[in-house]
Design a binder for this molecule. Structure first.
Ligand code: 6GU
Length: 395
């Protein structure tokens, strides 16, 4: 792969010679060329910017130096390359108004033979440079994220590092690429630990020392899901319902509505089972908030109103399912069945069975669970007046 950089601060890109890309250059995998854009200026002051047409603050990068740089670096496009768009070079313009840089984009760029980075400064580059580049190359305008840097050099460095480490033969350990954050699972990576076992009074989680690979995988998955839910809820794909509604992860701000819904639903249970000794009826707002941090909880909204929820959490190899609730006016519409399917589907790899309980006299619930493949287990311990149902996990 050949990479070129057009910048008015070539020193900014010196780190390319160090670290990972530097190693790839030594091994012949990469051919790196950093160019001072000013070499393609023709005036005494090596001017690369000018005031914007139409007025406004800041300066705009002039078209001519970029144009001449492209002429020299990309030349006239050979006929056979022009016939095959996939063989064209890629020009990356780093700009805060570009498409967001992602692992998917890094994977795509890693397949290119030739990338030219045009690093913008000031208020941007004359639009005609970008339009012209589209005629001779594939153009990608890429942003690192929703914040503004003084120039695109740092972005070009970051993009380079993300791309180069994906080149075949670059990383020693291919599995470490698959396991890391933003890889196929779509989840953030779980926390990691190394020796010593105890450091400044902090212990490594016991499960990691257990040697039980099933439990370790389950714990890691659980940690990944929690982390993702907390830091990047946008990454957790919602599950789409038949009516276009979605089952989404609960957020702390759902706590008050969850409390109201659970009181409504379990008042019904209290009447059916002739008992007020039901935890869901006695919980406070703070209890509900705390539980949100300890369980994977999902909710459904209709026209903004929270109408259903369910939660799950791993206990050894059992996926504990609880607090299945559907607003009274929507019971019998299939929402409960969908929620139950969803909470089973999101169980981590380490789960070998599903476990839940309900009131011994909650006939409707028991019917729903039986239809979903759960079996009553009278021999298993249950809270007073309740019955445990379990189902083995297939596959
Ligand atoms: Cl690519 N350039 C600049 N100037 N600012 C940015 C950026 C790029 N990505 C995020 N902020």
């Amino acid at each position: 792969m050949r990479l070129d950089y057009l910048t008015i601060f070539p020193d900014y890109l010196a780190p390319l010679r160090l670290s990972l890309p530097g190693k790839a250059v030594e091994s012949g995998l990469l051919d790196l060329h950093v160019h001072d854009l000013r070499q393609w200026t023709r005036d005494r002051h090596h001017t690369t910017d000018d005031t914007p047409y139409g007025g406004g603050a800041g300066m705009v990068m002039k078209p001519e130096p970029f144009g001449e740089a492209f002429d020299e670096l990309l030349g006239p496009v050979p006929e056979e390359v022009a016939q095959q768009p996939s063989r064209r070079a890629t020009v990356v313009f780093t700009t805060p108004s570009g498409e967001p840089m992602t692992q998917r984009l890094a994977e795509e760029l890693a397949t290119r033979e030739r990338i030219v980075f045009a690093c913008g400064r000031y208020e941007g580059i004359d639009q005609r440079v970008i339009d012209h580049a589209r005629e001779i190359a594939e153009v990608r305008e890429i942003s690192l994220g929703d914040y503004v840097l003084n120039g695109g050099e740092v972005a070009a460095l970051a993009i380079t590092e993300a791309v180069v480490r994906l080149l075949p033969g670059f990383m020693g350990n291919a599995a470490s690429i698959v396991e890391e954050s933003h890889s196929e699972s779509g989840l953030l990576e779980h926390p990691v630990y190394t020796k010593p076992r105890e450091w400044r009074g902090r212990e490594v989680p016991e499960v990691l020392l257990s040697g039980d690979h099933g439990r370790i995988a389950a714990w890691r998955h659980d940690q990944s899901v929690r982390r993702t839910a907390e830091r990047r809820p946008d990454l957790l794909a919602p599950s789409v319902l038949d009516d276009g509604g979605e089952i989404v992860r609960a957020v702390p701000a759902d706590a008050a509505e969850l409390l109201v819904l659970q009181r409504a639903c379990w008042a019904q249970e209290a009447l059916a089972n002739d008992s007020l000794a039901i935890p869901a009826l006695h919980e406070s707002y703070d209890d509900v908030r705390t539980a949100l941090a300890e369980w994977d909880t999902y909710v459904v909204r209709r026209a903004g109103r929270l109408v259903a929820a369910v939660r799950g959490r791993l206990d050894g190899t059992a996926w504990d399912i609880g607090r299945m609730m559907v607003a009274p006016d929507l019971q019998g519409t299939g929402l409960g069945r969908r929620l139950l399917a969803h909470i089973q589907a999101v169980a981590p790899a380490g789960a070998s069975s599903y476990v839940l309980f309900t009131g011994v006299r909650s006939e409707r619930n028991i019917r729903l669970y039986k239809r979903a493949g759960f079996r009553p287990r009278v021999e298993l311990p249950a809270p007073p007046g309740a019955i445990v149902l379990t189902k083995p996990r297939r596959g």
